[in-house]
Structure formats: structure tokens, C-alpha cells
Design a protein around this ligand. Structure first.
Ligand code: CP
Ligand code: NVA
Length: 340
């Protein structure tokens, strides 16, 4: 494979010859072991505290973003983060260079790896992410598919740890559609431990396959994930998380909206949670639909911390995948990692 030569920069970080992650790609949170999630969160906290220490880490490297769906946060956070660390980013216009449409997906992937060091993809179908991992010799990072949003979940775990000062996840209640963001949050909490209550209308529960995999992981980590249709289950929650009723690429169906309307996160629902409970949303939000203005704008809302943390966790993920010589992931994410 021919690629632009990269000159690893002299760097203050600890040199390590071992690959910090067992996986070459990030398709979903379950690609990562518990100690890897802890290590990435600790690294993200270090990057957030002192980004200048990493300003040459990606020098001579190029990152491709190929998105089949719109984005604000994901595109901006990958572009800014990679460039702040010295790398170049190309956003591949999907009208001109679509993944696997103008040519076979395998030819697209095998061409891309000749110019780029990693691929960040946002796809309609999760099977496209998996097919790309089969054809790419360079890391593929899932930046949202119909089934998973692992970078979002990593940012959410960091935000929860910052907010509650602990790696132990307090009681989080998911309210609304059992969608991609819900799946990744389930996988994240199943991996690090903690308590999650998933509250959805009938017929909108998370994927049964993902639920099975998550329950198997909970058995190993001691995490507790419960599924219900009863909104009273937010009782005592330290955080309530919701997302759009209609995800990108889905038909906007009135029966689905009607089923979700009683599940709006508003002041009355927040009042049932623990006093001072945090409000979480991956954004973009649809004010007046899944969340009321007063809740998303309340001082307890952490939605913009979640958005900011996307950049720090994604830089940590890319460092672990692309610069194993620079990072040695801590095996435990203890609260002191956040400020150390
Ligand atoms: N949360 C998130 O992925 O936002 P964007 O769709 O704007 O990238
Ligand atoms: N569930 C939403 C998340 C957007 C970041 C979607 O897939 O559109």
C-alpha cells in the first residue's frame, strides 16, 4: 500500500509499543472491553485538560469523513479535533463520491486506504459499516448508523463521569424511542457498569438482538439494565436522556409520533426524577416534541457538555487506533483521572 510518509513527532506522552485497543475498528461500543472504555475515557479527560500536548500527534496523517446523512456535531468535532492535533481532514461529498454506489463498496474502500489513514463513516445501514471493516486495511470509525452511535455513547459516559464525579454510572433513565443512540448508551453502561432504565412506548423497544448482547455483558460487569413502558420508572433517576422521535433516514410516521407524545421530557417528568437530575440529549433536539424548552435550557441540562465531549473522546479513539506508539491507556478510569 502506498501512502504519504508520516513522521512521528517528538511527543511528551509515554511511548508504548503495544496496541492499546484489541480492535482495529470502532463499529459499536461492544467492540471495546471494559478496561478499554475506561482507558479511552481517561485519555479523553487528559486531552480535554491539555489539548496542546497532542498538537502534532496526527502530523502527516489524513482522515476521511464519508457521511450518508446530515451532521453538525459529528462532522465539526472530528474535523476540528483531528486538525488541532496536526492532521488533515477531507469531507467526502456523497453526491460525487458515494460509498459503494458509483462503484463496488470494496473498490471504494480499497481506493480510500491508499490516501487516508482512517475512515469515519455515517451510514444509513449498519451493514455498510461492517462491510467497510471487511475491506479496509485502515481503521473505520462508525459516526452513526441506523443501529449504533458509539462515539456519542463514549461522550455521554465522559459527561456522566464529569457530572457525577465518578466512573460509576448513577441511575440513568432513557425515555423515548429505542433507537441507535439508546442502543449505544445501553452498550456503554453494560460495559462500564451502572444502572439504566429504558422507558419506551410499546412497539418502540430497542432491538432484541442488541438487548440480548447487552444482557450478556451486564452479567459480566454487574450493570443493571431494565426495560419498561412505564414513565413512573424515572423515579429517583439522576439523569433523564431522550432523543428525536424520528431518526434520520426513517419515514416520518404519525402513528410513531402519537405513540411517543406522552413520552415528552418536560418539567412534570423531570420532577419525578431525583432532585437536580441532569437532562441529556445527543442533539439535534426538536424543542416542543421530545423535550420542552424549559428542560433543555435548565441549568441541569448537560447537552452542550455532551456535544463538546464528542471531540475529546473521538480524539482519544483516533489516537488509540492511529498512534499506538504515543498512548498507553490507563486500565482503570477513576474519578482522579478526570483532574489528574
Ligand atoms: N449528536 C450528533 O451526532 O449530532 P449530529 O447529527 O449533528 O452530528
Ligand atoms: N437517533 C438520531 C440521532 C441523531 C444524532 C438519528 O439517528 O437521527
Amino acid at each position: 500500500m502506498t501512502k504519504l510518509a508520516t513522521t512521528p513527532a517528538a511527543h511528551p506522552a509515554t511511548a508504548s509499543t503495544q496496541r492499546p485497543l484489541a480492535t482495529r475498528h470502532l463499529t459499536c461500543v461492544h467492540d471495546l472491553a471494559q478496561h478499554e472504555v475506561h482507558g479511552l475515557l481517561a485519555l479523553a479527560a487528559r486531552i480535554k485538560r491539555n489539548p496542546a500536548a497532542w498538537s502534532t500527534a496526527f502530523r502527516g496523517m489524513a482522515l476521511a469523513l464519508a457521511f450518508e446523512k446530515p451532521s453538525l456535531r459529528t462532522r465539526a468535532s472530528f474535523e476540528v479535533g483531528f486538525q488541532l492535533m496536526g492532521g488533515s481532514v477531507v469531507f467526502m461529498d456523497q453526491r460525487d463520491s458515494p460509498i459503494g454506489q458509483r462503484e463496488a463498496l470494496s473498490d471504494w474502500a480499497r481506493s480510500m486506504e491508499r490516501w487516508f489513514d482512517a475512515l469515519v463513516v455515517r451510514t444509513m445501514l449498519h451493514s455498510t459499516v461492517e462491510a467497510l471493516t471487511a475491506w479496509s486495511s485502515i481503521p473505520v470509525v462508525n459516526a452513526l448508523s441506523n443501529l449504533h452511535h458509539p462515539c456519542q455513547a463514549m461522550a455521554d459516559l465522559l459527561t456522566l463521569a464529569e457530572r457525577f464525579g465518578s466512573a460509576a454510572i448513577p441511575h440513568v433513565a432513557w425515555v423515548g424511542d429505542g433507537n441507535n443512540v439508546c442502543h449505544s448508551l445501553m452498550e456503554g453502561i453494560a460495559t462500564v457498569g451502572g444502572r439504566l432504565t429504558v422507558i419506551t412506548p410499546r412497539g418502540l423497544a430497542p432491538s432484541a438482538d442488541i438487548v440480548r448482547a447487552v444482557q450478556a455483558r451486564c452479567m459480566r460487569t454487574g450493570a443493571s439494565i431494565r426495560f419498561t413502558h412505564d414513565l413512573d420508572a424515572v423515579s429517583g433517576a439522576s439523569a433523564i436522556y431522550t432523543d428525536t422521535w424520528i431518526s434520520m433516514g426513517e419515514a416520518d410516521a404519525e402513528p410513531k409520533r402519537a405513540a411517543l407524545r406522552p413520552y415528552q421530557v418536560n418539567a412534570a417528568l423531570m420532577a419525578k426524577a431525583a432532585p437536580g437530575a441532569a437532562f441529556m440529549h445527543c442533539l439535534p433536539a426538536h424543542r416542543g416534541e421530545e423535550v420542552s424548552d424549559d428542560v433543555i435550557d435548565a441549568p441541569t441540562s448537560v447537552v452542550f457538555d455532551q456535544a463538546e465531549n464528542r471531540m475529546h473522546v473521538q480524539c482519544a479513539i483516533l489516537l488509540a487506533l492511529l498512534r499506538p506508539d504515543l498512548v498507553e491507556l490507563p486500565t482503570a478510569f477513576v474519578p482522579s483521572n478526570l483532574s489528574a
